[in-house]
Design a protein. Structure first.
Length: 273
C-alpha cells in the first residue's frame, strides 16, 4: 500500500474537455505530469494546439489536441470518433467544458438558458453516453476481483460549482441552475453505471484563476477571498490533485459524490444562514 500503488495514474488515457485553458488546463497538466496520455478539447483549434504543445513539453505524459465545439451535436460525434480512432479504452473522462452568463433578472435572455443548459448539462450526458464503449472497455481491461467487482473502474469526473450547491449572490441564473442539474446528473450516472465499473463524481469548484472568473476576480477578489476560510484562491494543484485522487486506486471506491474544492467557501456561506 505504497504511495505509487495508491495514487499512481501512469499510463491512463484521459480526455479533458475545455482543456486548453483555466481549470481544464490545470487538470490536464496534472495528468500529464503523472505520465498519462491526455486528449484536450476546446472550440479554438489554435488554443488547443498551443496548449497541447506546451503540456507535452512538460512530460512525461503526452497531450493531444482534438478541438471541437461541444455546443454542436455533430462536433460531439466528431470528437468521439477522433478518440475512438486513436484509443481502444478511455480510463478517465473529465467533463469540464462549460460557460456562464450574468445579467440583470429583467433582461436575462432566453438564449442564455439554451446555451448554458446545452453545454453545461446536456452535452455532459451526450459525450459520456457516446464514450461508454471506451469507458466500459477500460473497466474490463482493469479486470475484476473474485467477488466480481471491478479492480480499476473507469472514471467520469464532472466539473461543477459551489454555485450548484448554494444560491450565489450574482445574477447567474442559468449557470447556477445548470450546475445544480449537473450535480444531480452525475449522481444519476453513478447509480446507473457503477455496476459496469464506471464511477461518476463531481468537483464543486470554488474560485480559481480562469477566464470565466477573470472579471469577478479583477473587481472583487478581496471580497471573494474574505469568504474563503482558507483565505486564498484555488491553485492548479488543488483541482488537479482532486482529479488525480479520484482517478487513482485511492479513489476507486468513491462514486456519486460531490466534493467541494473551495477552500471551505460553502462552510462559510452556510454559517451565515
Amino acid at each position: 500500500m505504497d504511495i505509487h500503488s495508491l495514487f499512481g495514474v501512469r499510463g491512463k488515457v484521459v480526455l479533458v474537455t475545455g482543456g486548453s485553458r483555466g481549470i481544464g488546463k490545470m487538470i490536464a497538466t496534472g495528468f500529464i505530469r503523472n505520465g498519462c496520455r491526455v486528449y484536450i478539447s476546446a472550440r479554438s483549434a489554435k488554443d488547443c494546439d498551443a496548449t497541447a504543445a506546451e503540456l507535452s513539453a512538460l512530460g512525461p505524459g503526452v497531450c493531444v489536441a482534438l478541438p471541437a465545439d461541444l455546443q454542436k451535436l455533430g462536433e460531439v460525434d466528431r470528437l468521439v470518433e477522433a478518440v475512438s480512432q486513436r484509443e481502444t479504452v478511455l480510463n478517465v473522462l473529465v467533463n469540464n467544458a462549460g460557460a456562464t452568463w450574468g445579467e440583470d433578472i429583467d433582461t436575462y435572455p432566453d438564449k442564455a438558458w439554451t446555451k448554458l443548459l446545452t453545454l453545461n448539462v446536456q452535452r455532459v450526458f451526450t459525450l459520456t453516453q457516446k464514450l461508454l464503449p471506451l469507458l466500459r472497455r477500460a473497466a474490463e481491461q482493469g479486470g475484476k476481483e473474485e467477488a466480481g467487482s471491478y479492480k480499476d473502474p473507469a472514471r467520469v469526473i464532472n466539473i461543477g460549482s459551489i454555485n450548484g450547491e448554494r444560491v450565489p449572490g450574482m445574477e447567474t441564473y442559468a449557470y447556477a441552475a445548470s450546475k445544480a442539474a449537473l450535480h444531480q446528473l452525475s449522481r444519476h450516472l453513478a447509480l446507473r453505471l457503477g455496476g459496469e465499473g464506471i464511477t461518476s463524481n463531481v468537483l464543486a469548484c470554488g474560485p480559481f484563476e480562469s477566464k470565466m472568473m477573470a472579471h469577478t476576480l479583477a473587481t472583487a477578489k478581496d471580497v471573494i477571498v474574505s469568504g474563503v476560510p482558507l483565505a486564498r484562491i484555488g491553485t492548479p494543484e488543488d483541482v488537479a490533485g482532486a482529479c488525480l485522487f479520484l482517478s487513482s486506486r485511492a479513489g476507486a471506491y468513491i462514486t456519486g459524490a460531490t466534493i467541494a474544492v473551495d477552500g471551505g467557501h460553502l462552510v462559510h456561506t452556510n454559517s451565515k444562514l
